[in-house]
Design a binder for this molecule. Structure first.
Ligand code: PBG
Length: 376
């Protein structure tokens, strides 16, 4: 397919970049989670090394360092190295994300390294992981979720706090159709503009004096991990004044991808897994898989444990212009992965009964179809 070349021409071959790899040694004076130039690369002892793959953005590297710290704590008998790598999605900053129509763009170069054995695990935001992983790749664990909500960050110097405060015609920066569709639905007076790049780049664009954005909508999790929580002016959720705004499937949770059958690495990850985050993440992903949505379609969710083993999940599907929407919720017992899968599937079924398919079909019909290189 011609689209293969189109995408490939925007990227060069992925390489593991030694300048940003971290060689962890046993020496106590080294802060375990500090990224440093690896001048001295030799391990001074015989500890086996776990190779951790991640994308290269500042947030991705911070996340990999969090995982490294947790692993070091659980298994100090091992060495860890972070390999940060540019991916095709990082390099193509011009095409709107939803036009790629393929989430796997962000991950398959890392997965190739995983399958070759050059990496032992890959740290991802669960949100960025396609619901269908490539053959021989599996989720080894889902860690405890950070705040999953979206947040509003106002431009420096503006005195507004919330979306309700913004005057007519204000420009909201977001590249997510889930965010823009939900906000359009509630605030038709606002305008939307794509904002690309890593979280730090986006904040710089927001604050630029001649910048056109009044605010950005981002995931709380990324902002909090970068230690920029002070910039958050509003948290968005189902109870927000002005109207409900739901988050992306998997948002806020880190997931670790491993080779299928790699018992050794899977066992090492045991202590990092979080049961509630695993079950809610599984239920959300089951809903999305059933609706065949990706990050490119406006599906929002909110899952809450109302008591131990009892999950409440709200979901919304919105048309791109915000004019049509379907909402549903479900409360039930979720104790196992199988329960979680069925729970998500059931809620998807309710959404379909209420007309979600029509909205999703319209979106898919109007999108340029660009298939991922080698993708199905
Ligand atoms: N789209 C990129 C992306 N993938 C995951 C997060 C946030 C961190 C997380 O969900 O764990 C972000 C940034 C954002 O949406 O603001």
């Amino acid at each position: 397919m011609a689209t293969h070349e189109q995408l490939d021409s925007t990227s060069s071959r992925p390489v593991l970049d030694p300048t940003v790899s971290v060689q962890e040694k046993s020496s106590k004076e080294e802060a375990p989670s500090t990224l440093k130039r690896s001048a001295e690369t030799a391990n001074l002892d015989e500890k086996p090394t776990i190779h951790i793959g991640t994308r290269r953005s500042a947030l991705a590297v911070v996340q990999a360092e969090m995982v490294l710290a947790a692993l070091q704590n659980a298994h100090p008998e091992l060495n860890y190295e972070i390999h940060a790598m540019s991916t095709m999605g990082d390099k193509n900053q011009t095409t709107a994300l939803h036009e790629f129509g393929a989430k796997a763009l962000w991950t398959h170069e890392l997965e190739a390294q995983l399958l070759e054995g050059k990496l032992d695990l890959i740290v991802h935001c669960l949100k960025d992981l396609p619901t269908q992983l490539p053959p021989k790749c599996v989720i080894g664990c889902i860690m405890e979720r950070e705040d999953p909500r979206d947040v509003v960050i106002m431009k420096k110097g503006l005195n507004y706090k919330s979306l309700l405060d913004l005057p007519e015609g204000s420009v909201v920066g977001t590249s997510s159709v889930r965010r823009s569709a939900q906000v359009k639905r509630l605030y038709p007076k606002l305008k939307f503009k794509d904002v690309r790049g890593n979280v730090n780049t986006r904040l710089a664009k927001l604050d630029a004096e001649d910048g056109e954005y009044s605010c950005l909508i981002l995931a709380a999790a990324g902002i909090l991990r970068m230690d920029w929580g002070g910039r958050i002016t509003q948290y968005l959720d189902s109870k927000t004044e002005g109207g409900s705004h739901l988050y992306a499937v998997g948002q806020g949770a880190l997931a670790i991808e491993v080779r299928e059958g790699d018992e050794k690495t899977t066992a090492i990850l045991g202590k990092l897994a979080n049961q509630e985050s695993t079950l809610s993440g599984t239920a959300e992903r089951s809903l999305m898989r059933t609706l065949e949505g990706g990050c490119s379609v406006p599906i929002g969710v909110e899952t809450t444990w109302v008591e131990k083993g009892k999950l409440l999940m709200k979901a919304i599907v919105v048309s791109l212009d915000g004019k049509q929407s379907v909402e549903a919720e479900r409360l039930g017992e979720v104790l196992t992965a199988k329960d979680a899968d069925e729970f998500g599937w059931d809620l998807a079924g309710i959404l379909v009964e209420k007309g979600a398919t029509k909205i999703l079909e319209d979106i898919n019909l109007n999108r340029p179809i660009i298939k991922e290189a080698g993708g199905a």
